[in-house]
Design a protein around this ligand. Structure first.
Ligand code: DON
Length: 570
């Protein structure tokens, strides 16, 4: 090569370098903040636009956040049947405008005839699918009693007017979104497998976006609930239809189970994080205890300066999660059946000691990883919604059938799906459930016991006033998604929408793997974490949040674009 050409190439390289340097300076790595939907007075964020609209309509017609929550829950049972429900259960965490707080447990219960080994064969091996598919998978539903108890204590509008929008949707028809059509199609075989009758979820041709689905039986059941309240579900026609369905399919729920079911007001779990007050769900959800344990582990560290999703930050959070999920597996279960050492688990000295084994350059190994590969489902088949009304009342509700469309059993003549929540029990000590979670005696099956949950509806206060309402579906990833979302706002300075959008990661002790959302981490971060010993596994989605934040400009509603989630405010 001639000297002149070398000179030319060198000169070009210098010019390019200078240009690149200028470019870097000209476009500093700062983006304008991304906000969700803003509202001056009130905000509703749910998994489906039609349910969000129902909530806004109730608020605009004078209802409070709790009226809207009841109407949204029932609307979701129609428009979002894979997770919205009257045949499942859930939890409400609330904060009234005067600062009064509380929580309602409307979690399902094991039927009276349930027993510890009901999913095991004669060799004490777990019988595949028995706790997840079909009639035996269903716990006694809690949602309807939950809605009635919320109305009695906190509601302001006539109950009938809160049920009516769901009836109108069921009878008037629901237009399928693309995501919903594809979920319906995914489960056609299972609907046919467990239902003797043809359900309204089935179709000759694959469902298409824009198709309208009518739910006449569900409309009739909702009408009974509207007119008779609790008796419209736990007694009379609906109860009879549930019992007949159980007898047809070999399930356990009896009339006595239905009549015995009671949702329970419980003290929420309350703690603090960097001068914020965290109000969250206690047992039988593990979520509240776990979130407070995790936050306590982060508090001594300046993760803001470490940076969002940087190796050091992820390593610390993962190591905390490893220990917290191990505690969950060992110690947590329905407090009415098992003495849970809550005070110990949240005690400062206990946690300091528990976290003292964390090394800052090497992962700790989770012990006793089960043999064989654990298939963990990835779908987001619970649903969370957040509501704040014009007075400042806040409702944070997470509700579920457990898996997608629950047990897939539609009660003949009543038109609603039954949950497969029994799989949230530890069906055999140390054997993972569909989320890969293991458990032991604390969460073993017993009649009328509630299965341990990860659902974590949460409210955050700042300076003694309402600050955030947060929650998400995601099975075992619920706890870690809520954890990250809180840190994203408080430590990393994100808006509510940015915190929801942010890519997430997850560790749950067993299996000993870190799941991260595709594209969440660059190759340098992945390689640094691998060097520390972490086994990194990509996953399509983690979290599908519906959150609200109180800002100086009003309420910011942040719905997760991973789903059809929609926030509306005014
Ligand atoms: O209560 C629980 O923890 C589970 N039944 C939640 C299920 C769930 O989030 C499904 N979505 N992935």
């Amino acid at each position: 090569m001639s000297n002149f050409r070398i000179y030319l190439i060198q000169s070009l390289a210098v010019i390019l370098l200078i240009f690149a340097g200028c470019q870097k300076q000209a476009t500093p790595d700062i983006h304008p903040p991304v906000y969700g939907v803003m509202g001056k007075q009130a905000m509703v964020s749910t998994a489906h636009p039609a349910a969000t609209q129902v909530g806004v309509d109730i608020l605009k017609s004078g209802g409070n956040a709790f009226d809207a929550a009841i109407a949204v829950q029932l609307a979701l049972a129609v428009v979002y049947p894979r997770a919205g429900n009257i045949g499942g259960g859930g939890f409400l965490v609330y904060r009234q405008h005067d600062g009064n707080i509380g929580s309602l447990d409307f979690r399902e219960m094991a039927p009276l005839q349930a027993h510890k080994d009901m999913y095991l064969d004669e060799n004490q091996e777990v019988i595949e699918n028995l706790s997840t598919l079909g009639h035996l998978a269903a716990g006694v539903p809690g949602t309807v009693d939950g809605m009635i108890k919320i109305h009695q204590k906190l509601g302001s509008m006539p109950f009938k007017s809160l049920v009516q929008p769901a009836i109108d949707l069921a009878l008037g028809g629901v237009i399928l979104t693309e995501k919903e059509a594809s979920k319906f199609n995914e489960h056609q075989e299972n609907f046919a497998l467990v239902n003797e009758h043809r359900t309204h979820l089935q179709n000759e041709q694959p469902w298409k976006p824009g198709d309208t689905v009518f739910y006449p039986d569900l409309g009739q059941t909702l009408t009974l609930i509207r007119d008779q309240g609790r008796a419209g579900f736990y007694d009379g026609t609906t109860a009879q239809l549930i019992v007949e369905e159980m007898q047809r399919g070999g399930g356990l729920i009896t009339l006595e189970d239905l009549q015995n079911y009671q949702a329970v007001w419980r003290q929420p779990i309350v703690g603090h994080y960097r001068s914020h007050k965290i109000i969250t769900m206690g047992l039988p959800s593990s979520g509240g205890i776990a979130i407070l344990q995790l936050l306590a582990g982060v508090e001594p560290h300046d993760i803001e300066s470490w940076g969002f999703n940087q190796p050091k930050t992820i390593h610390l959070m993962t190591e905390l999660e490893r220990r917290v999920y191990a505690d969950r597996a060992t110690h947590l279960g329905d407090p009415d059946f098992y003495e849970v050492p809550i005070d110990m688990l949240l005690d400062h000295n206990y946690l300091t000691e528990r976290y003292s084994s964390i090394s800052y350059d090497r992962k700790t190994s989770s012990q006793d990883i089960k043999e064989g590969h654990v298939e963990i489902i990835e779908s987001m088949e619970t649903t969370h919604f957040s509501i704040v009304d014009a007075l400042g009342n806040a409702a944070s509700v997470t509700t579920t059938l457990n898996g997608s469309f629950g047990s897939k059993v539609v009660v003949k003549g009543a038109g609603f799906l039954l949950n497969n929540e029994m799989d949230d029990f530890s069906v055999k000590a140390g054997i993972p459930n569909m989320f890969g979670l293991v458990g032991a005696q604390a969460n073993s099956i017993a009649p009328e016991k509630r299965m341990l949950s990860s659902m974590t509806p949460t409210i955050v206060e700042k300076n003694d006033t309402l600050y955030m309402v947060v929650g998400t579906p995601g099975g075992s990833t619920i706890i870690t998604s809520v954890f990250q979302t809180i840190l994203n706002v408080i430590d990393h300075g994100m808006t509510m929408q940015e915190a929801v959008n942010a890519k997430k990661f997850h560790h749950q002790w067993l299996p000993d793997e870190v799941y991260y959302e595709v594209n969440a981490l660059d190759s340098a971060t992945l390689s640094e974490l691998s060097t520390m010993g972490h086994v990194m596994k990509p996953r399509s989605e983690i979290g599908r949040m519906d959150c609200i934040m109180v800002t100086d400009q009003g309420l910011e509603g942040a719905a997760d674009s991973r789903g059809d989630n929609t926030a509306m405010g005014y």
